[in-house]
Ligand binder design. Structure first.
Ligand code: ADP
Ligand code: MG
Length: 445
């Protein structure tokens, strides 16, 4: 201010002195005052201009002009520029932060003190069928009507989560199973709440499968165990002659053998699940694998059917297969033993190996058995899934064979193909990728 007053004084003195010089003392003072008023008017005009620009648009500030107003506008301009930059940076950070939450596979919803939606990510919007823009500031309890959820939200006791069905359109209609959501609320900043949702469908399904599996195993073991216990009781309580004893003991042997097979299959499965996939460096000749199959097959056929089966084994191209020998043998024998066990005596079972035009190798077992209805086919590889339970049991099946085959196939990158028609027989094939098949080095008879 002193600077301004000084400027004002000096200017009016200068103009005054000039005026005195020209007009003499009489009109000189008048001139000085006129000058001062003019100066003031000019000053006011420049201040007004600055104010006007500030009111409307800071970018329109005059670039550095002369004097105080020039400096003032320059400083304001700089301050505003810094502030603008800060705001932009903060905005960018916020956007990045929101993008990160958007990318989360979990749903996130922020509620204000009244329980209205302040923000939600796409995942949550999809799960609840909320429109992230249209439903803003709507009460969440009005949009998600699940009674368990509404009660949970109103309870203000969020020590545990609540599990509900997803209600979003994409999450219910197009799927056979409803999507299950675990929702947990976390209060923050006083009465605000953050909802986190997690899709636990797969988790629940895995849990259900585990329960089924345990129930199945228990059931499978209990059956022979009950029979065994019955025989033990008979042996203890009844006086039996040597022949009867032998017969009973043979039956007991059968039951314990059944349990043993089951436990072995279970162990095989868990080994397959728990170990790394076999490397591609070990090569086994198809002829050797098929020879073993033939041995086992003829033995089984002879035991099961007095007539036996017409078994044939053909190899189109002498090849080698890479993988784990015991696993490959087990998968191939499993398919053959099924064909023999489910095809009545006198039927035909043809085992073949061929290399397809694209280099893949196919091991196939074709039988003239009862065939399998289409609805069963997709489920055959499920553990303990059997079409004819008693036939499976009678012939020593555990219901785990095809589950094991499927696992082994997957580990070798192979595909299990099942074709069947009721009354016509079935064809089970394992198609191995070309990378695991090569021509046999040494040709043997
Ligand atoms: N070649 C086949 N012909 C008819 N049914 C078959 C054949 N192979 C498998 N199945 C059916 O698939 C079911 C599952 O087979 P698998 O997993 O090997 O168990 P299992 O121990 O009962 O043989 C069998 O119980 C049987 O009903
Ligand atoms: Mg089987």
């Amino acid at each position: 201010m002193p600077f301004r007053i000084a400027t004002f004084l000096i200017a009016s003195l200068a103009i005054g002195a000039g005026a005195v010089g020209i007009f003499g003392w009489k009109f000189g003072w008048l001139g000085a005052w006129l000058g001062a008023v003019l100066w003031l008017a000019l000053d006011a005009w420049r201040a007004e201009r600055l104010l006007q620009v500030l009111r409307n648009d800071a970018a329109g500030l005059p670039t550095r002009g002369p004097g105080v107003w020039g400096e003032l506008s320059e400083r304001i301009r700089k301050l505003l520029r810094d502030r603008e930059q800060q705001t932009r940076q903060a905005e960018d950070r916020l956007q990045e932060f929101l993008a990160a939450i958007q990318a989360s596979p979990n749903g996130v919803i922020l509620l204000d003190e009244q329980g209205r939606i302040e923000w939600c990510n796409q995942t949550a919007a999809g799960q609840f069928g909320i429109d992230a823009e249209r439903d803003l500031l709507q009460h969440l309890a009005n949009l998600v009507r699940d009674p368990a959820f509404v009660a949970y939200l109103a309870s203000w006791n969020y020590s545990r989560d609540v599990v509900i069905d997803a209600s979003g359109p994409g999450h219910t209609h197009q799927r056979s199973h409803p999507v299950r959501l675990s929702v947990q609320v976390h209060p923050y900043a006083g009465n605000r709440r953050m909802l986190l949702t997690r899709d636990i469908t797969a988790l629940e399904q895995a849990e259900a499968m585990r329960r089924d599996f345990v129930a199945n195993v228990s059931h499978e073991i209990r059956t022979p165990l009950t029979v065994l216990a019955g025989f033990v009781e008979t042996l203890q309580n009844l006086p039996l002659d040597a022949d009867e004893r032998t017969r009973y003991l043979a039956l007991m042997g059968q039951q314990s053998h059944r349990m043993e097979t089951l436990v072995n299959d279970l162990l095989t499965l868990s080994r397959l699940e728990g170990s790394a996939a076999p490397s591609g460096s070990q090569w086994i000749r198809i002829r050797a694998l098929l020879a073993q199959c033939e041995d086992e097959g003829r033995g089984l056929s002879g035991r099961l059917a007095p007539l036996g089966h017409r078994l044939s084994f053909t190899i189109d191209a002498e090849s080698e297969l890479s993988g784990a020998p015991t696993e490959l043998q087990s998968a191939m024998s499993n398919l053959l033993s099924n064909a023999i066990r489910y095809t009545p005596g006198g039927g035909e079972v043809a085992v073949s190996w061929r290399v397809l035009p694209d280099g893949r190798g196919e091991y196939a077992v074709k039988d003239t058995g009862p065939g399998i209805a289409a609805e069963h086919i997709p489920r055959l590889t499920e553990r303990f899934y059997r079409i004819d339970r008693s036939r499976s049991r009678e012939t020593g099946g555990t219901g785990l064979g095809l589950a094991i085959v499927k696992h082994i196939a997957q580990r070798h990158g192979a595909e299990l193909r099942i074709e069947s028609m009721v009354g016509k027989g079935s064809r089970f094939a394992l198609v191995f990728p070309a990378a695991r098949v090569r021509e046999a080095r040494v040709l043997a008879k």
